[in-house]
Design a protein around this ligand. Structure first.
Ligand code: WTA
Length: 622
């Protein structure tokens, strides 16, 4: 595709969305029953449905469909944390394993519509588990292996999962992660979890409950590999994935089957332009949406070879990513700005001692990429010959919404133009569409197939969060502007979501964790810039009158937050304060705290709504 063709097809896709998406649906997927209507309902009424009447199965589309021509083609290349460990699974082998494991799930009484929690490291069994759920119509809820037992428990309970799949332990950067131990702790308070299926990863000894726990490898021996895929309605729930919002507990983002699959298959094909013989590698974790859409579903729907890496970019040394690229002749490499920043920080020698000559295309996702970092990625990693696709999207959007295609003329730091069928707009405080290049709220004004269906069990919160502030349009929560040539520049979150190393954390979750410590009466959390992580967490804490502030207390707070949420939630800075700045109605003015945290005290903006202006002087004096 060239850029003129992109513009032409984009115009066609927004002028004839139903025709465009019907063509993609038929090109990329096998339908057991054809859909009767491409799109029904609207954003105004909150009743959009895609490919109405169609029936299909995700695992059939990822596996069975490719058996005729690609049975012996590698589906997964697995590279272990230890460079000496690796494994290749062909489409034929993956099909066998998935069908077998689907039978294991059935034997455990898991049926269509049941929720299954997957808490696994980056090993082939995580993909097998997800596809096995999809095969029988069970809804998977993958929880990132770096989350704590507490976070795992709240997610299991919120979607009422009946079964948990985990491993004895995980291994990352040479360190052991006690997954089964966390799962035991989490499940102790989840009455509906009757079984835990455990994959043996390290073989170290773990605690075991004979009534509840079974080994994956034992169960796999007891079943055969014939499992007819369940024909799912296009609008049936497909998976739940938890993500943080600005308030309250994490939201269970629910995606449905047909729309999601069409969207990830199409975006994968066009954005990454993956040829049949290409080796594609996305470094995300399957616990996040990027892993779901662009390690698993997008690539396998397209019959591509996807690389699955268990480890971290710094182990055994900072050349690891580039060594893996050379080892497998990776052609397409998709990672996050935080990893690029960290590797750039270590110096060019780590990159330059590898060849990377196989690379054709680079991608980034998760945060804005600063132009300097972009240039380093382009010049040093890609040796000035690989376009960079800076892909903007969200857990909620299912797939990429704004991104260059490989043919797009690039500007470092800009996500450039919308994908086919996507109509983004920038809105000012009054709700008007901004036409010049001023910044405002980024909204999407027309439905697209990958859009989430609802927040699991909370349709009210879904509407309030995404469709109330700007009625009839999807509110992304991001701030952006568009330049004279219509390039989009995403500036970051416009709400109380913090992105630490690309991980999404809500200030509300952090504050709840802080105030559950007995010494604390109030807390407010704001982001501060961090050179490597993008953003860091700054906590303002009010302690109870009889408590003495100390470094020990700071340590205690940090440990507590990490234990409740997970190690990604490390507080970079904690400040004890007498009071928090609030409005007369009692709302914490985070806007002011954000400025004070970075020392920008000259530009606090309008402080006239403050209930007690003396609070500010106290904050600044510290
Ligand atoms: C941010 C990750 C700038 C954005 C797929 C969004 C980005 C949030 C980009 C969603 C990008 C993602 N440029 N910002 N290319 N990609 N973001 O749900 O703030 O983990 O709202 O999904 O990441 O994060 P999530």
């Amino acid at each position: 595709m060239n850029f003129e063709k992109y513009k032409e097809l984009y115009r066609y896709s927004i002028e004839n969305p139903e025709q465009f998406w019907a063509e993609q649906a038929n090109e990329f997927l096998h339908w057991d029953s054809p859909f009767e209507k491409v799109l029904s309902g609207s954003f105004e009424k909150q009743d959009t449905r895609w490919f109405v009447g169609g029936k299909l199965n995700a695992s059939y589309n990822c596996l069975d469909r490719h058996l005729k021509n690609k049975k012996d083609k590698p589906a997964i290349i697995w590279e272990g944390d230890d460079p000496a460990q690796s494994k290749i699974m062909t489409y034929g082998e993956l099909y066998e394993e998935v069908s077998r494991f689907a039978n294991v799930l059935k034997k455990q009484n898991i049926k269509k519509g049941d929720r299954v929690c997957i808490y696994l490291p980056m090993i082939p069994e995580i993909i097998i588990s997800m596809l096995a759920c999809a095969r029988i119509g069970a809804i998977h809820s993958v929880v990132f292996g770096g989350f704590s037992a507490d976070s795992l428990r709240t997610r299991i309970l919120d979607s009422d999962c009946q079964l948990v799949i985990t491993a004895d332990e995980g291994v990352r950067g040479g360190k052991i992660i006690p997954l089964k131990k966390n799962a035991d702790q989490a499940v102790n308070e989840c009455r509906n979890v009757k079984k835990i299926i455990v994959v043996k990863r390290t073989g170290n000894s773990i605690s075991w409950d004979d009534k509840r726990d079974v080994w994956y490898h034992d169960e796999m021996k007891k079943v055969d590999s014939n499992c007819v895929p369940e024909k799912m309605n296009s609008d049936d729930p497909f998976f739940i994935l938890y993500t943080s919002g600005s308030t309250g507990k994490p939201k269970g983002v629910l995606h449905t089957t047909g729309g999601y699959l069409v969207f990830v298959a199409t975006t994968f094909k066009y954005v990454f332009d993956c040829a049949d013989e290409d080796i594609y590698w996305c470094t995300a974790d399957l616990g996040w949406i990027t892993g779901h859409s662009y390690i698993l579903y997008g690539p396998l729907l397209n019959g591509a070879t996807t690389l699955l890496f268990e480890g971290v970019p710094s182990y055994p040394n900072f050349s690891r990513y580039w060594e893996i690229i050379d080892k497998y002749s990776v052609n397409i490499f998709y990672t996050a700005p935080t990893a690029i920043r960290a590797l750039r920080h270590e110096g060019d020698e780590w990159v330059n001692k590898t060849s990377r000559k196989s690379l054709k295309l680079l991608g980034t996702v998760g945060e804005p990429i600063n132009p300097d970092v972009w240039k380093w990625y382009y010049d040093v990693v890609g040796q000035k010959k690989c376009p960079i696709v800076d892909t903007w999207w969200q857990t909620e959007t299912g797939g990429i919404l704004i991104s260059p295609l490989p043919c797009t003329p690039l500007k470092p730091g800009s996500a450039t133009f919308p994908f086919f069928g996507i109509v983004p707009e920038i809105i000012d405080e009054q709700g008007n569409v901004i036409k010049n290049n001023e910044a405002g709220k980024l909204v999407i004004s027309k439905p697209w197939p990958g859009m989430m269906k609802t927040i699991y069990g909370d349709q009210k919160r879904f509407i309030e969060t995404y469709f109330t502030e700007v009625p009839g349009k999807y509110l992304t929560g991001d701030r952006a502007h568009r330049d004279e040539e219509n390039y989009f520049w995403i500036e970051g979150r416009n709400d109380d979501v913090i992105k630490v190393s690309g991980h999404r954390i809500g200030t509300g979750e952090l504050e709840s964790a802080l105030i559950s410590v007995p010494e604390i009466s109030e807390a407010a959390v704001v982001p501060i810039p961090n050179e490597i992580k993008g953003q860091g967490i700054f906590a303002y804490v009010v302690i109870k009158p009889n408590v003495i502030p100390s470094d020990e207390l700071k340590k205690k707070l940090n440990n507590h937050v990490r234990e409740m949420i997970g190690p990604i939630a490390t507080l970079e800075n904690i400040q004890f304060v007498k009071a928090l700045p609030k409005t007369r109605s009692g709302k914490i003015m985070r806007r002011i705290l954000r400025k004070i945290a970075v020392g920008d005290v000259e530009n606090l903006g309008d402080v006239s709504t403050l209930a007690d202006s003396a609070v500010i002087n106290d904050l600044i004096a510290q």
